[in-house]
Design a protein around this ligand. Structure first.
Ligand SMILES: *[C@@H]1O[C@H](CO)[C@@H](O)[C@H](O)[C@H]1NC(C)=O
Ligand SMILES: *[C@@H]1O[C@H](CO)[C@@H](O)[C@H](O)[C@H]1NC(C)=O
Length: 207
């Protein structure tokens, strides 16, 4: 009896491990690994763990992995606003009652053709601070090397190592003194506006 239960506990632990491993691979992105960079050595961070941390830090507004994108809140429809050069200057997300619950605003660079300078993500339904993205461009560089995401949680400092289409990105959560290295991240071109399914905006706080 004793041995049997030990044995089945061992099987349970083993299948737990196998499950965890297959979950991890289901959630993994080819070639991307997140490493926490510590003064006394580096530690592996799972993608779900990193994504959860980043979602918290950006108020569920922005995705970095596998590519830079904005969350499209569940159960909302989009209305695009464009300028006279047909560039997107705003996207409104309306709920089923046609109330705008979130807006994205894009400010385009004055000199550089087709590069975004500033982005504001604002949830109207909750008493929240907007999330701001400030993009630093350099002449002759296709991909912005640095951008800052400032939310009510703090500042996220994102830096690309080089100009590769896939490159290493360094992410610093400034107010938590956390620093991560992300390998093989699809570099944002500073102009594409991509939406990915995001969580529903908490209706309890809707006005
Ligand atoms: C980087 O990611 C891309 C897209 O996910 C993948 O096709 C490529 O094989 C990866 N490269 C490396 C070196 O892992
Ligand atoms: C403006 O851009 C959108 C999206 O790319 C496209 O569907 C639309 O046809 C464009 N309009 C004009 C007038 O070029």
């Amino acid at each position: 009896m004793y041995f049997t239960s030990l044995f089945s506990a061992g099987i349970a632990a083993l299948s737990g491990l196998v499950l965890a491993r297959s979950l991890a691979s289901a959630l993994s992105i080819p070639g991307t690994a997140v490493t926490s960079l510590e003064p006394h050595g580096n530690a592996f961070v799972s993608l779900p763990q990193f994504t959860a941390l980043l979602n918290k830090y950006t108020s569920n507004h922005i995705q970095l992995l596998p590519y830079f994108a904005f969350h499209h809140p569940q159960d909302t429809s989009t209305v695009y606003h464009r300028d006279d050069r047909n560039r997107t200057i705003g996207i409104d997300f309306a709920d089923v009652n046609r109330r705008i619950v979130r807006s994205l605003r894009f400010e385009w660079h004055f000199h550089l053709e087709n590069k975004i300078d500033n982005i504001i993500v604002e949830d109207y339904s909750v008493d929240d601070q907007p999330t701001l993205v400030r993009v630093m461009h350099a002449y002759g560089y296709e991909y912005p090397m640095v951008y800052w995401i400032k939310s009510k949680q703090g500042l996220v400092d994102c830096r690309m190592k080089g100009q590769g289409e896939y490159d290493t990105m360094y992410v610093r959560l400034v107010h938590e003194a956390k620093f991560f290295g992300l390998s093989n991240v699809s570099a944002w071109d500073g102009s594409s506006i991509r939406l990915v399914p995001g969580p529903k905006i908490d209706s309890a706080s809707t006005f």
